[in-house]
Design a protein around this ligand. Structure first.
Ligand code: LER
Ligand code: MN
Length: 270
C-alpha cells in the first residue's frame, strides 16, 4: 500500500477535507518532505492543470499523482450527472471526461464523488440510476482506453441519496457490467454508513480501487476513534496495493495533519 495526501486548488472548497491549500508546488514539496508516495489533486477544472509543470514536480520530488478529483464540477460549476436537465448532465459528463484525460497523463484515475449528484425531487430513482450507470459506463470506457480506471465513491447520506454503502455501490457496478469502474472507499463516509469497516473492505475485495484515509471525525488517522489495525489487516487480506490517501480536514493545521497521517500510515503498516 502507498501513501498519498490531498491538495485543493479550489478556493470555493475552503473548509473541505483537503490538507494543502497553497498551490501545487508547495503541496509537492511538503508531501515529499513528509515522505508521502503521492499527491491527490482537487482542481477547479482539467484545464487548470499544466501537465508539463506537474510532470516536472513529479520527477523532481519523485512523487506520483494518486488521483484527480472532479468535485469542483459541483462545488464551483453546479454540474452533476443525475440532474433533471439534459444539458447540465451533458456538461457534467464533459467536465469529467476532461479530468479523466488529464489525469491519465499522470497515470492517475479520476474520482466521481460529489458530481454523482442525487435523486432530485421529481426524478424517479430508477431514472437517476440509469443516468448514473450510463455516465459511469462512458467514463470507465474512456479511462480504460487511456490506460487507467475510473473511481466511483459512495458518499454518506448527507451528501447523496444514490449509494451510501460500499457493497450497494459494488453490486450496482457488477449488475451493470461496469468492470472498468472501481470503488473508492472513504473511511469517513464508511464510519457513518457501515456496520463493520473491515468486513466491508474484505467483501469489496478486488473491486476496491482507492481508499480515502480519514479518521471517524474526518481528521488525520489517529485523531479520531476509528480502529486502524483491523482495516489494514482487511486490506492486506484482499491484497490491496493502492493508495491510502488522506482526504481530511487540515486540523489543527496542514502540517500537523500531514505528519499525523504519515505517523499512522507507518505504524499501521509496520
Ligand atoms: C469526495 O472524495 C468526498 O469524500 C466528498 O465528501 C466530498 O468532499
Ligand atoms: Mn472522499
Amino acid at each position: 500500500m502507498k501513501s498519498a495526501i490531498t491538495v485543493s486548488l479550489v478556493p470555493e472548497a475552503m473548509g473541505g477535507p483537503f490538507v494543502f491549500w497553497n498551490g501545487l508546488e508547495n503541496a509537492f514539496q511538503q508531501a515529499a518532505a513528509q515522505g508521502f508516495d503521492a499527491v491527490e489533486i482537487f482542481p477547479p477544472e482539467a484545464s487548470a492543470l499544466d501537465d508539463t509543470q506537474i510532470m516536472a514536480f513529479m520527477e523532481h520530488h519523485q512523487l506520483a499523482v494518486a488521483a484527480v478529483g472532479t468535485g469542483a464540477g459541483w462545488v464551483k460549476h453546479r454540474l452533476h450527472l443525475t440532474h433533471p436537465e439534459a444539458s447540465v448532465r451533458s456538461q457534467a459528463k464533459n467536465f469529467i471526461s476532461e479530468v479523466i484525460l488529464k489525469a491519465a497523463q499522470f497515470r492517475a484515475p479520476a474520482i466521481l464523488g460529489s458530481m454523482q449528484g442525487r435523486v432530485e425531487p421529481g426524478v424517479e430513482r430508477a431514472q437517476a440510476l440509469d443516468w448514473l450507470g450510463e455516465a459511469l459506463s462512458e467514463a470507465g470506457a474512456l479511462a480504460a482506453s487511456n490506460g487507467t480506471v475510473f473511481l466511483y465513491e459512495p458518499l454518506n447520506r448527507y451528501e447523496t441519496n444514490l449509494f451510501n454503502r460500499q457493497l450497494d455501490a459494488a453490486d450496482f457496478l457488477q449488475e451493470r457490467g461496469l468492470s472498468t469502474v472501481k470503488v473508492l472507499a472513504d473511511l469517513f463516509h464508511m464510519n457513518i454508513e457501515e456496520q463493520d469497516l473491515a468486513a466491508t473492505l474484505r467483501a469489496l475485495g478486488g473491486m476496491l480501487g482507492h481508499v480515502h484515509f480519514a479518521d471517524s471525525n474526518r481528521r488525520a488517522m489517529g485523531f479520531g476513534h476509528t480502529q486502524g489495525a483491523p482495516i489494514i489487516e482487511a486490506l492486506r487480506s484482499v491484497r490491496y496495493s493502492g493508495y491510502l490517501s488522506a482526504e481530511i480536514l487540515p486540523l489543527p493545521d496542514s502540517l500537523t495533519a500531514a505528519r499525523q497521517t504519515m505517523e499512522s500510515f507507518r505504524s499501521l503498516l509496520a
